[in-house]
Design a binder for this molecule. Structure first.
Ligand SMILES: Nc1nc2c(c(=O)[nH]1)N[C@H]1C(S)=C(S)[C@@H](COP(=O)(O)OP(=O)(O)OC[C@H]3O[C@@H](n4cnc5c(=O)[nH]c(N)nc54)[C@H](O)[C@@H]3O)O[C@H]1N2
Ligand SMILES: Nc1nc2c(c(=O)[nH]1)N[C@H]1C(S)=C(S)[C@@H](COP(=O)(O)OP(=O)(O)OC[C@H]3O[C@@H](n4cnc5c(=O)[nH]c(N)nc54)[C@H](O)[C@@H]3O)O[C@H]1N2
Ligand SMILES: [Mo]
Length: 766
């Protein structure tokens, strides 16, 4: 057997840096998606999958959560390059079975790159790593379920178990999974959302009474101004570019706020239109504010202060054309006076230091805002993964409230979600602190007493495992070791458990660090045909805009006996919690319609769910629908937030971690990041040329990246510096390679999200 190379070395000897692109999609996108699909699936599966992707009778794309157009308005090819890659990755014909696991001991797997692990194919056999063994061993399904149930039952306290979820899990599986955890006796239901849009949910819940966005697709496509902050849709939500193109055609302006000049925000060549294939495409962003990383709180305060000043100059509430929506503010909000008083004292020098923007750049955006009757702010991870993220998003809400841009056609807040069903999972009760009203209904529906004390979120779960307080980890999808902060600490936390269970489609880093007893339970994915005792099953999901719709897989699964997620949950539940709650677990597995019936009784907005799911429906959203704000005061809330930003000591930069064009979170499709000009490698750090020379470095240097935090330093060895037009004083590197630099203890205030977009780093010789 060959010696395993260290995980991080693979592929980078061929690294090539070229000019970044100035536009997204176009013909290369089509070619790449077809090439990847055929390579993984073969021609037949490719044609049949892509034809059903995001169609009314087909399956929901396992990529991002951007909504689909209404059924009559879909294109025959309602998918993007990265959606096709996500499908190819799941529907691949390659498999990982008993032989593979026998041939590859843990030490071998641990030395492999994330890319290599994922490329081995779909997991097809349940497997157990027994205490002291150096590898996983294939076992039968009953044995695997028995081990899981027996180990969980042997815990001293249900709170010693962690039930993690990634965001691909369907509503049906998510509901069953939280029921299993709560029947077992714990609210330890952390999920990827804790590392993702938790900050958005926290800020929105508090200020407008709903933890979700307030726009629908129609709003985005017919508005006057879209401000896209901390989001890279060209890579992560490519179908959003089609909506942005429609908005532009309707006369909307687009402003991007980003430390990077992302290609997808500049120009879009829609491969589904002749003009996008041969023509120059559509210019998207009219303006780019190249903000310093973590400067957004200051920017939104500066916008607020300028709007307040402009309103006063125009004559305030009685002016012919007031700048603020005084009626809305008086009727629907509170806290305005305190907010206005606070911003009156805003220091322009602090704003300049925090944002790195000139007053002229901010004034330019204010002009756009004043000229726009309807405004939408879209955001993603660039806003949510900082220490002050919740405060920053509160300021986005303040900004929207000033001109009544919530609960009105063509206007609103648009946190663009990541995983295709991350929003639905939360709606279904995947949350460590679901409100009592939900638990009350759950108790009544299933005649049991769910635990009431809050559970651990993701970071708290890792800490609890590290401290030996949690001893069993069950992952319903996902890859917590590579996705979580401080990779080494997270890996050690898992390896220190008595039991780890990974319900997964594919091999990943988390499988390489099992607990004393480690179990792999492979399962079906979104594309697979799912037949149960009650016949052919469908599942359902909720997209980023609260639209719920069905998804039906159609492909032959990679192994005939591969269970669905619902089946895995039901099998474990029957062994573990059969007598703890009045649940017919076998019946739920036989017919998912019965799970939907329960959901209809427990989750508001899902009445008559099974009957309505076929056509799909939009969940109620009181803030959006009727300007009803279910906050503490019944009004939308202006908030006062201290102006904070991360100051960086001499010789250091503020590093953010982001996604390349060739990955889905920790799943690495390939080693290119075409739009940013990176080919055949991922261990790069993007730095402004002037900062490189200030630091005495040059493009092409290979350095160790050292992150600095209260609790000490962390090191990521051997990264190549790339001169790139990022905002001055900042840098960028890829997630998950840079996760070793994210301190476990550094989390956002209120939301607890790791601060993976605000790392203070310096470079050292390697
Ligand atoms: N193909 C593909 N699609 C995906 C994913 C994927 O990995 N691959 N992941 C999915 C998931 S789970 C999610 S959450 C989303 C993620 O979607 P994004 O949030 O778009 O993902 P990131 O790559 O983290 O990009 C963050 C963007 O924010 C910018 N940014 C960083 N720091 C700051 C800052 O301080 N201020 C501002 N204004 N901007 C900043 C970065 O330059 C970058 O453009 O995508 C989803 N869709
Ligand atoms: N430094 C840094 N860290 C980050 C981020 C960042 O921007 N920077 N982003 C954070 C964000 S936004 C997120 S959402 C998290 C993502 O965290 P996770 O959701 O935990 O990670 P993923 O990489 O999406 O999980 C991929 C794995 O899920 C499994 N899988 C895929 N499809 C299915 C399925 O249908 N069913 C089951 N059971 N399993 C499946 C496969 O085994 C695959 O290997 O990472 C976070 N971590
Ligand atoms: Mo995410």
């Amino acid at each position: 057997m060959h010696k395993a190379a260290p995980a991080h070395d693979q592929g980078d000897e061929d690294l090539e840096v070229r000019q970044p692109d100035d536009h997204a999609a176009g013909v290369p996108a089509v070619l790449v998606s077809l090439r990847d699909s055929v390579r993984q699936m073969g021609v037949g599966r490719t044609v049949s999958s892509l034809r059903r992707l995001n169609q009314h009778d087909g399956f929901d794309c396992p990529g991002c959560a951007w909504p689909d157009p209404a059924p009559g308005h879909r294109s025959p090819a309602e998918f993007c390059e990265n959606g096709a890659k996500a499908v190819a990755e799941e529907a691949t014909r390659r498999t990982v079975g008993a032989d593979f696991l026998a041939r590859h001991p843990l030490s071998d797997l641990a030395g492999r790159s994330d890319h290599w692990l994922g490329q081995q194919g779909r997991l097809t056999t349940p497997a157990v790593r027994r205490p002291g063994s150096d590898r996983y061993e294939a076992v039968g399904w009953d044995e695997a379920y028995d081990v899981v149930a027996a180990e969980l039952a042997a815990l001293a306290d249900p709170d010693e178990a962690i039930f993690y979820t990634s965001g691909r899990t369907s509503n049906e599986a998510a509901f069953a999974y939280q029921l299993l955890a709560r029947a077992f006796g714990t609210n330890n239901l952390p999920d990827c959302s804790n590392m993702c849009h938790e900050s958005s949910g926290a800020a929105l819940n508090e200020t407008i009474g709903v933890g979700k966005g307030t726009v629908l697709l129609d709003d985005v496509e017919d508005t006057d101004l879209i401000i896209i902050v901390g989001q890279n849709p060209g890579t992560n939500h490519p179908r959003m570019l089609t909506s942005l193109e429609k908005a532009k055609e309707g006369g909307a302006r687009i402003v991007a706020v980003n430390p990077l000049p992302e290609a997808g925000l500049r120009r879009f060549k829609n491969p589904q239109r002749p003009s996008g294939v041969v023509g120059p495409g559509t210019d998207l962003a009219d303006r780019l504010l190249q903000i310093r990383v973590n400067g957004d709180l200051a920017l939104f305060q500066a916008l607020g202060a300028r709007l307040l000043a402009a309103d006063e100059a125009a004559g305030g509430a009685t002016a012919a054309e007031p700048v603020l929506d005084h009626d809305f503010i008086a009727t629907h909000t509170d806290g305005f006076e305190d907010y206005a008083a606070h911003l009156a004292a805003l220091d322009p020098d602090e704003v300049a230091a925090a944002t790195g923007l000139t007053p002229g750049e901010i004034d330019g955006l204010v002009d756009e805002v004043v000229a726009a009757d309807r405004i939408i702010v879209c955001w993603a991870m660039g806003l949510t993964q900082h220490r002050n993220s919740v405060a920053t998003i509160r300021e986005v809400v303040n900004f929207l409230l000033l001109r009544g841009n919530i609960g009105r056609q063509g206007a609103g807040a648009c946190p663009v979600r990541g995983h295709s069903n991350v929003q639905g999972d939360r709606t279904m009760g995947i949350w460590e602190k679901m409100p009592d009203a939900f638990l009350d209904r759950l108790a009544e529906e299933f005649s049991f007493s769910p635990p009431r004390h809050h559970g651990h979120d993701t970071v708290a779960s890792i800490r609890a495992m590290a401290a030996g307080e949690a001893r069993a980890f069950v992952g319903m999808g996902g890859n917590i070791v590579a996705a979580g902060p401080d990779t080494e600490a997270t890996a050690a936390a898992l390896a220190g458990c008595r039991l780890t269970v990974q319900v997964s489609t594919k091999l990943n880093r988390s499988h390489t660090v099992p607990g004393e007893v480690g179990v792999i339970l492979p399962c079906k994915g979104r594309t697979d045909l799912d037949v149960q005792a009650g016949g052919l099953q469908q599942v359902s999901v909720e997209d980023s805009m609260g639209e719920v719709h069905a998804s039906r897989g159609h492909l032959e699964p990679p192994a005939p006996d591969l269970p669905s997620e619902v089946e895995v949950i039901s099998q474990v539940a029957r062994r573990l919690v059969a007598d703890r709650a009045a649940v017919d677990w076998e019946g739920l597995q036989a017919d998912y319609g019965r799970i939907r019936d329960h959901i209809g009784h427990v989750v508001p907005g899902f009445e008559d769910y099974d009957a309505r799911v076929g056509d799909g429906f939009t969940l109620p959203n009181p803030a959006r629908d009727s300007r009803t704000f279910r906050t503490e005061t019944g009004r939308a809330r202006f908030t006062v937030n201290d102006l904070t930003w991360v100051a960086v000591p001499e010789g250091h930069l503020l590093l953010q971690t982001l996604r390349s064009h060739d990955q889905y979170n920790t799943t690495i499709y390939g080693l290119d990041d075409r739009y940013r000009g990176i080919h055949q490698g991922r261990r790069v750090v993007f730095v402004h040329p002037a900062d490189l020379s200030d630091l005495g470095r040059a493009d092409g240097d290979v350095v160790d990246v050292v992150s600095v935090w209260d609790d000490g330093e962390r090191r990521a060895p051997a990264f190549r510096l790339v001169a790139y037009p990022v905002a001055r004083g900042t840098a960028a590197a890829y997630f998950p390679e840079a996760n070793v630099l994210v301190p476990l203890e550094s989390t956002a205030e209120v939301s607890g999200t790791p601060t993976s977009k605000s790392l203070v780093v310096r470079f050292e010789p390697t």
